[in-house]
Design a protein around this ligand. Structure first.
Ligand SMILES: *Cc1c(COP(=O)(O)O)cnc(C)c1O
Length: 230
């Protein structure tokens, strides 16, 4: 079941890339496995998934040692500063950096561990109260500050678009995130690249791909609905 879902989502990602004149290999599907048991992750792994996304540090710490070593782990959920030390050096990319204080903490722990952490800046493009991330304007200021930190390397931007039944309504937000990344890139700031755009979830990933996503984060579409009460 998970294999069929995974194959189906991957095919749709490829089709959406081709339909918008993009190279399918420029888009990576992240299997978002939060709340799901190891056996489900292994099924996705067997189907070919190598990029997994998790939201909680505790859950990441349990899953990383229990799964194959060639998995690239993505921290996609809100990250508290006091938990940073547990994941630095263990995750491939932190998608959810939304403040200078958090970036500074990642910098500090990375220098301590002798690594450089790759991060994305999270942008609340739609300005929703309930969402993390800075506004478009705040992100430009944040980028400049974070560029001075030697222990982190900004690879691009991430957004969580509004929940919607009609993915087309999120197209404008994906487009704005892409525009922001182009604007920032044009400023040629040291230590900053904008090659990565993490956007699109189960309900809207095809639209996100057509607007330039390089990572789509799909949970429900691969693993089925989540039960948060277990
Ligand atoms: C849970 C989550 C996803 C996956 O959501 P689905 O709608 O199940 O695909 C993607 N990104 C973030 C940040 C999430 O928290």
């Amino acid at each position: 079941m998970i294999k069929d879902n995974y194959d189906d989502v991957l095919q749709k990602v490829e089709n959406a890339a081709k339909a918008s004149g993009r190279n399918p290999s420029d888009v990576t599907l992240i299997a978002v496995s939060k709340t799901k048991p190891i056996s489900d992750l292994m099924e996705a792994y067997e189907a070919g998934a190598r990029d997994f996304g998790e939201n909680h540090v505790q859950e990441l710490m349990e899953k990383i040692p229990a799964l194959p070593k060639d998995i690239r782990w993505h921290m996609i959920g809100h990250l508290q500063r006091n938990k940073v030390k547990y994941i630095v050096g263990k995750v491939f990319l932190i998608h959810s950096v939304d403040s200078l204080r958090l970036a500074e903490e990642i910098n500090k722990e990375s220098l301590k561990a002798g690594v450089v952490s790759n991060i994305l800046l999270e942008v609340n493009v739609a300005g929703e109260e309930s969402k993390w991330g800075g506004s478009l304007d705040e992100t430009i200021d944040l980028v400049k500050e974070v560029s001075k930190l030697p222990g982190v390397c900004v690879k691009g931007l991430m957004t969580v678009a509004p929940y919607t039944d009609d993915p087309e309504t999120n197209r404008e937000y994906f487009r704005k995130l892409k525009e922001l990344s182009v604007d920032i890139d044009a400023q040629n700031i040291d230590n900053i690249s904008m090659g990565v755009l993490s956007m699109g979830m189960t309900g809207d990933y095809e639209v996100a791909v057509s607007e330039g996503a390089t990572y789509v984060r799909v949970g429900t579409g691969i693993f089925g609905a989540r039960n948060y009460n277990i």
